[in-house]
Design a protein around this ligand. Sequence first.
Ligand SMILES: NC(=O)c1ccc[n+]([C@@H]2O[C@H](COP(=O)([O-])OP(=O)(O)OC[C@H]3O[C@@H](n4cnc5c(N)ncnc54)[C@H](O)[C@@H]3O)[C@@H](O)[C@H]2O)c1
Length: 237
Amino acid sequence: MVQRLAVDAERRRDLLHREFVAVDISADKLTEFAASLEGHIDAEIVTVAGDITTQESVDAIVAAAGERIDALANVAGINDDFSPLHETTDAVWDCVLAVNVTGAFRLTRAVLPAMIAAGAGSIVNIASEAGLRGSASGNAYTTSKHAVIGMTKSAAFMYGPNGVRVNAVAPGGVATGIPFPPHVSEAGQARLQPFQASIPTLATAEQLAASITFLLSDDGVKLNGVVLPSDGGWSVQ
Ligand SMILES: NC(=O)c1ccc[n+]([C@@H]2O[C@H](COP(=O)([O-])OP(=O)(O)OC[C@H]3O[C@@H](n4cnc5c(N)ncnc54)[C@H](O)[C@@H]3O)[C@@H](O)[C@H]2O)c1
């Protein structure tokens, strides 16, 4: 068993020996990220600053990846303003759905041909506790994360026969400093507060990454269409 776990750990480490394309809308964050990895991993990091909601950026990301694409993690996402539906503005709705759903959709659509041609691939979408229930965030974010789970399940079903696995991680709270819009709904926040307060623990970004790389790697070999809560047990309360 110990030997088996060592092999599994080695396989996950193998992910770190390949070429990566790191993407963010913020060029500064990307530069900081690439610098933080220098000397720590034996892999080439190509950075692409772009907005995943635009086809132009998606084309640039896929071009940077080259012909072989083993894996895609759809991580970029934004918060809503905790507003209940009747308070949600068009701006909040459009922006949240564009980044959280349309961006992941466009990137996934762009990488699938290479994965199908190779007969192998692994995609992990980052959903949220708000993709599992209605009491974790505002209406737009909750809708977007339920959509991410629907997109995951449909793609898992459609591309399983092609050797492509599509799974989702549903994080609880993660200490990343994900920003909130400048104005947060008072009514929404008050309604959500008791449920958000029951979160067992905040995860670190590294702890969440462990769930993502597990599903992304060959360790997830038989997992397809799974929604993995990575939340310290919040979703079972
Ligand atoms: N932090 C949490 O508590 C938490 C909880 C549940 C789910 N999540 C999800 O985890 C994922 C990562 O969130 P995080 O906490 O690391 O947030 P974060 O704000 O730290 O990171 C998200 C990154 O996405 C980038 N981004 C935003 N819009 C973009 C766009 N249009 N194109 C390209 N990049 C864009 C941002 O610049 C940022 O660097 C998101 O999908 C989020 O919804 C986070």
